[in-house]
Design a protein around this ligand. Structure first.
Ligand code: SF4
Length: 460
């Protein structure tokens, strides 16, 4: 997925101070639950080093009474390198080995296929049995689908060759910040490198061919873009009506502060409400709605299928939310909460408004549908911040807003599931803190926009 990561993983010491990332924690828990559920009688063998893990695995492979090894260590030499793999599960079936890889997603990624190719190829090198692989796709300790793997040696060799060529380079490949970077241990150092270099990758929404065209023209830093006119930028591939926005973004990075380029729509000056929804990533159904007024007074409606009517519920923090039996009641509770006036209701991106239009009861759409305003779009069309992303977390974070527990919707969903399955009050208190912070973050951004508007120098 990233050449730079391959190089850094090999030559640099991996940062240990990693941020807690919900999706990774969720994957670890999912895997542990599945392994336990499908092999209840486990004998744990502690190992103190990689080498000991490899030796223990080899010993177990020779023992006929051992049929399943979870967390098997494999290692083989390859050209000048040593290749290592840690398998979720290795099963001995009559005359062959089967590798099980557990994935916490519903669709296989190209990298999953190469990972399995690699494990099968390694096993083939060290044993005389035939080998096969199977993916278990699922979530929350449940298998949703089993997929047999089709081994492709050409695909594997191409990937291995690319790695060896990469590791022969003296310098790390250029930094290229993308969505997947937030899951990477090198996220902070890479972002710092890009910031120090005022690298073009800092611009959001940059297409690959746009980046290549910039490089072809010898434009490699944001300082060069600032020196150009927006009209000149339109000669670059993929840049048309967004030239001014892009130019302003470059100015914000070079200046180190937000830069305005259009006045704020007057609707923002009326004050109003902020709202945000959380949905099940697998079914798309709303499980939580949060909202607050422009003073930050917030409320939450949380779907609890075991109750029959809206009920107050106290979290561990002493805060009270409303439990509702289903998504429709959540929408209605939200609408009743904001119906006292006719002021705008701000949300971040089109997602919340689309969900309201498509899934909320008709009465809710009638009450509040005409009052929705996308604050994300308003920000994008008026002011640029020196941050890589336009997510609410990034913009509010720039404005010094800090989430109390975590910033990950998937961690909140995971906590919600824990509460549903185990009545875990700590978990639902965390999930609600996240929901509340999401609307408070909106309020912080809205407040900054309106206060900056009253500063007469803001458009200079
Ligand atoms: S943060 Fe992004 S660019 Fe840096 S190594 Fe990780 S994936 Fe690559």
């Amino acid at each position: 997925m990233c050449q730079r990561r391959v190089w850094l993983d090999h030559y640099e010491e991996t940062p240990t101070d990693l941020p807690p990332i919900g999706v990774i924690q969720q994957g670890i828990e999912h895997e542990a639950r599945l392994l336990q559920a499908t092999a209840p009688h486990v004998v744990t063998i502690p190992v103190n080093s990689w080498q000991q893990g490899v030796e223990t695995t080899q010993t177990l492979l020779r023992q006929t009474r051992v049929e399943v090894i979870d967390g098997a260590y494999l290692e083989i030499p390859y050209q000048d390198a040593i290749i290592r793999g840690r398998l979720d599960r290795l099963q001995k079936l009559q005359h062959r080995y089967q590798v099980i890889e557990i994935k916490n997603h519903s669709r296989l990624q190209p990298t999953d296929l190469i990972q399995m190719d690699l494990y099968l190829w390694m096993l083939d090198q060290i044993s005389d049995r035939s080998v096969a692989g199977e993916f278990w796709l699922g979530r929350n300790g449940t298998i949703l689908q089993r997929v047999s793997h089709e081994y492709d040696e050409q695909r594997l060799m191409t990937a291995l060759h690319q790695v060896l060529v990469l590791l022969g380079q003296r310098e790390a490949p250029d930094v290229l910040l993308k969505q997947h970077c937030k899951l990477c241990p090198w996220h902070d150092p890479c972002t710092e490198t890009a910031s120090n270099q005022l690298h073009l990758t800092l611009l959001t929404g940059m297409r690959k061919d746009t980046l290549q065209d910039f490089q072809r023209q010898g434009i490699t830093s944001l300082q060069q873009i600032v020196m150009m006119l927006p009209a000149d930028l339109q000669k670059i591939k993929g840049i048309k009506s967004n030239a001014l926005a892009l130019h302003t973004q470059a100015r914000a990075w070079v200046a180190g502060h937000p830069v305005w380029y259009r006045p704020l729509p007057t609707i923002c000056l009326q004050g109003g409400w902020m709202f945000d929804i959380e949905t099940d990533p697998y079914t798309g159904v709303v499980w939580c709605i949060g909202w607050c007024d422009d003073t930050g007074k917030s409320e939450i409606a949380l779907v609890a299928p075991h109750i029959s009517q809206p009920t107050p519920f106290t979290l561990l923090t002493g805060e009270t939310i409303t439990l509702v039996p289903d998504a429709d009641r959540a929408w209605e509770t939200f609408a009743l909460g904001v119906i006292g006036d006719n002021r705008p209701i701000f949300h971040w991106t089109n997602f919340d408004a689309t969900m309201l239009r498509k899934t909320a009861p008709e009465v809710v759409r009638d009450w509040v549908g005409h009052r929705l305003y996308d604050l994300h779009q308003i920000v994008n069309q008026t002011v640029k911040f020196p941050v890589k992303s336009t997510s609410i977390k990034a913009i509010a974070g720039y404005l010094q807003f800090r989430y109390a527990v975590y910033e990950a919707w998937d961690a909140a969903f995971n906590d919600y599931q824990l509460w549903l399955s185990r009545d875990d009050l700590t978990a639902i208190t965390r999930a609600c803190a996240y929901q509340r912070d999401d609307v408070l973050a909106l309020k912080v951004v809205w407040q900054w926009l309106t206060e900056s508007q009253s500063d007469p120098t803001h458009l200079t």
